[in-house]
Ligand binder design. Structure first.
Ligand code: MG
Length: 388
């Protein structure tokens, strides 16, 4: 048996710059730190409003279905990860069974994997059943930021500079974010994607993220048909997130695999994405969908539903590490999203934890070390800790 959880700290972090007009998930995070009697700690994070997650985890107990999560965790054996997950889920059914409650549970579940791995002397992927592949394959998201007054030319030039950086450090699969909204027509958007393909050449795998551009699946389809000749790996965030029927119509006709579900929480929501939306690829975020425990259940469902899992990830090195452990242990996951601090500048992404994995010929080694295999820099925690 593992050493019981003795200490729980929930720490909101935020960078001082105002980036509220942009779309950057690395401006803040909320850490969950679990400590045992021997002084080991496990760390997790959630891509959700930090102070709200903290308040949720620490809320006073009202009754059996609305309980304080820290009280349920104290004294628990961190090795019993699934049992703890179920206890927390059942104990917060009133406020927590979707959305924010699951985001908070995700951070706890990630921290449990880290702490249990450290206690047992194993990397987290071995707790998840062990390696199902020899090398990992990340894709690097290329995002010049929201338009914010810039021209299409300026956005594309920055995009292509980021392409060059990503390729120079070893990535072979990239995703071009084309969140141009009203700056371009659909035809101009298709031309920008064509220019992206020319910049990369034919040998680099290229996906495209449209940033929820369309409400009408026929309009989305027209653009996907127009760009299909450019060998697009998948089309992300085409229609409005909760338009499951529209996704089904699009996915049934699109020449490019259609993705969805990056905001989904729990296997129950993903089941709707598989049964109703019928997308080719689901993209749950490990720090929002219910953690490593839940995304493994999701992967089993996806495999039975003829879909693949390519997790979303736009947070710090903690979530980036989760993507690696998940893909290591999951045959249904051909790729995972990875933002590189060498391509996209972000102080929390770059400095909060280390070491940073190397990319070689488009792939990474299996994670090494115990637990998640990354360590917090407490100086960085203190620097960005939200003063409450
Ligand atoms: Mg995205």
């Amino acid at each position: 048996m593992g050493s019981p959880i003795e200490r729980i700290e929930v720490i909101p972090l935020r960078i001082p710059e105002d980036k509220s007009a942009d779309s950057d998930g690395t401006v803040d995070t909320v850490l969950v730190v679990l400590g045992d009697a021997e002084g080991r700690i496990g760390i997790g994070e959630s891509d959700a409003p930090p102070e709200v997650v903290k308040a949720y985890i620490e809320m006073p107990t009202a009754h059996i279905w609305s309980r304080n999560s820290t009280h349920m965790l104290l004294g628990s054996d961190p090795v019993e990860i699934t049992a703890i997950w179920e206890r927390l889920y059942d104990g917060t059914l009133y406020p927590g069974r979707r959305g924010l409650g699951i985001h908070a549970l995700s951070a706890i579940d990630i921290a449990l994997h880290d702490l249990a791995g450290k206690q047992l002397g194993l990397p987290a992927y071995k707790l998840m059943g062990g390696a199902r592949r020899e090398r990992l394959r990340p894709y690097c998201t290329i995002f010049p930021g929201m338009p914010m007054g810039r021209t299409l030319r300026q956005l594309l030039d920055l995009t292509f500079r980021q392409f060059e950086r990503a390729l120079a450090i070893g990535f072979r699969t990239l995703k071009m974010e084309v969140l141009y909204f009203d700056l371009v027509t659909d035809r101009e958007l298709a031309a920008a994607v064509a220019e992206g393909r020319r910049a990369l050449g034919p040998d680099i795998a290229m996906a495209v993220d449209f940033g929820y551009r369309w409400s009408d699946w026929r309009q989305a389809l027209a653009t996907l048909e127009r760009i299909a000749e450019h060998d697009i790996l998948f089309a992300e965030a085409t229609l409005q997130h909760d338009d499951l029927v529209g996704h089904a119509r699009l996915a049934g006709r699109s020449p490019i695999p259609v993705c969805g579900a990056e905001f989904a929480a729990t296997r129950f929501e993903i089941k709707e994405w598989l049964d109703v939306a019928k997308v080719d690829i689901v993209q749950p975020d490990i720090s929002r969908c219910g953690g490593l425990t839940e995304i493994r259940r999701i992967a089993e469902l996806a495999a039975m539903g003829g879909a693949q899992v390519i997790p979303h990830g736009w947070k710090t090195g903690i979530l980036a590490a989760c993507g690696r452990h998940f893909q290591a242990a999951c045959p249904a996951s051909p790729l995972f999203e990875f933002i590189s601090p060498k391509v996209y500048e972000s102080p929390l992404r770059e400095h909060l934890v280390g070491p940073e994995p190397e990319v070689k010929d488009g792939t990474m080694d299996l994670p090494s070390g115990v637990g998640l295999g990354v360590e917090l820099d407490w100086g960085v925690v203190e620097r960005y800790r939200v003063k409450t």
